[in-house]
Ligand binder design. Structure first.
Ligand code: ADP
Ligand code: MG
Length: 366
């Protein structure tokens, strides 16, 4: 990251009840102009983090600096951030224009300036012609645009968005993702975006912070997150991974041999210090599994029975049962070639470099 971060969190923790930790020891720097996503399953601490940034919750420990200034003691209105939440919380009795103008009236912006900024914001989010309507006369997507315009109209340096597209159907959500990215790029504003949807996080973000049980597991650009997950949790949560458990029988540098019940010895890259005797889980992406002739030269080879085939239009998902009882999923593009069918016996293979292993139990010591 170059330059001073716009936002700096150090050791931020939050407990609502003095016992359970909703957020644990969070260190995070956000670069000016960045699109950073907080990604994680429900209950992992994303909203709590955003609420502390916004000023609606106070950290139990730690500090939050915005543009070099401590803000963790300041109320929301003194932080000057834009905010968009899942339930738009528009004022139902006000028009679109009045809703968007609200943050300006709070700031006592002169009338002419307000009119100009509101017109610009309406245009920006594609609501031209709808400025006099009330929220109840708009679709869900249009209401969300109003909320977005209201968050942007006073030109905040930082905008916080908590699952803003969560209530929209898939097609509209994908269109709004593109529009939001376009807005982000054209305005140069910093955005912190919360979602539990890993595809959305991958599609939109400069970097993604992956949350699990209140802790950030990894902060990285999408491509890096996908290629080099820092933990088994990230490997399984970001994209899809097969999980094969076994015991390390030998280690040479980062390369480990893994004994798995019912299978020939597998070869994988150790992501941690797993030594001989350690129980590990190997993660392999479904799209990295080769079939038939392509599998012949792979370092890891297994024979499996295809127990289910799911056709997803542009691709096919195969569920295989391995000797020993482990299930393996592969993906094939629907590229016009012959596709395997249920009950087929398949040769599957994958490269050592496509198999990363994490220790799940330490080895027995004698
Ligand atoms: P996420 O947004 O990732 O779903 P949250 O930040 O909402 O997660 O929640 C993190 C944890 O804090 C959860 O265990 C949740 O039950 C708890 N929590 C959230 N808000 C409150 C609250 N206002 N009071 C008590 N516990 C809360
Ligand atoms: Mg939440």
């Amino acid at each position: 990251m170059t330059g001073e971060p716009i936002l700096r969190l150090r050791g931020v923790s939050k407990s609502y009840d003095g016992q359970a930790m909703a957020v644990r020891a969070l260190d995070l720097d956000v670069a000016r102009g960045e699109f950073l996503t907080l990604l994680g399953p429900s209950g992992s601490g994303k909203t709590t983090t955003l609420m502390m940034l916004a000023g609606f919750e106070t950290p139990t420990e730690g500090s939050i600096e915005l543009e070099g200034r401590r803000v963790d003691g300041l109320p929301p209105h003194r932080r000057g951030l834009g905010m968009v939440f899942q339930n738009y919380a528009l004022f139902p009795h006000m028009s679109v224009a009045e809703n968007i103008a609200f943050p300006l009236s709070v700031r006592r912006t002169p009338q002419a300036e307000t009119a100009r900024l509101v017109a610009e914001a309406v245009e920006l989010v594609g609501l031209s012609g709808l400025a006099d309507r009330r929220p109840g006369q708009l679709s869900g997507g249009q209401q969300q645009r109003v909320a977005l315009a209201r968050a942007l109209v006073f030109r905040p340096p930082l905008v916080l968005l908590d699952e803003p597209l969560g209530a929209l159907d898939r097609q509209l959500r994908e269109r709004m993702q593109i529009e939001l990215k376009r807005l982000h790029a054209s305005l140069g504003v910093t955005m912190i975006y919360v979602t539990h949807d890993q595809e959305e996080a991958m599609a939109m973000s400069d970097r993604v912070a992956v949350f699990h049980e209140g802790r950030v597991q990894q902060v990285a650009p999408p491509i890096e997150l996908y290629a080099r997950p820092a933990s088994l949790f990230v490997a399984g949560f970001v994209g899809e991974s097969n999980r094969i458990e076994g015991v390390v029988s030998a280690r040479n540098g980062d390369v480990i041999q893994v004994a798995v019940e019912g299978l020939p010895t597998l070869v994988a890259l150790a992501a941690d210090g797993a030594g001989q005797g350690a129980r590990v889980a190997i993660a392999v992406r479904p799209e990295r599994i080769r079939l038939g002739a392509e599998a012949e030269t792979a370092e890891n080879r297994v024979t499996a029975r295809l127990s289910d085939v799911i056709f997803v239009g542009d691709r096919l998902r195969g569920h295989c049962l391995l000797p020993g009882g482990c299930e393996l999923v592969f993906k094939r593009p629907n590229d016009g070639g012959a596709l395997p069918g249920r009950g087929d016996t398949l040769e599957l293979g994958w490269a050592r470099d496509d198999a990363r292993a994490w220790q799940i139990e330490t080895g027995a010591t004698e």
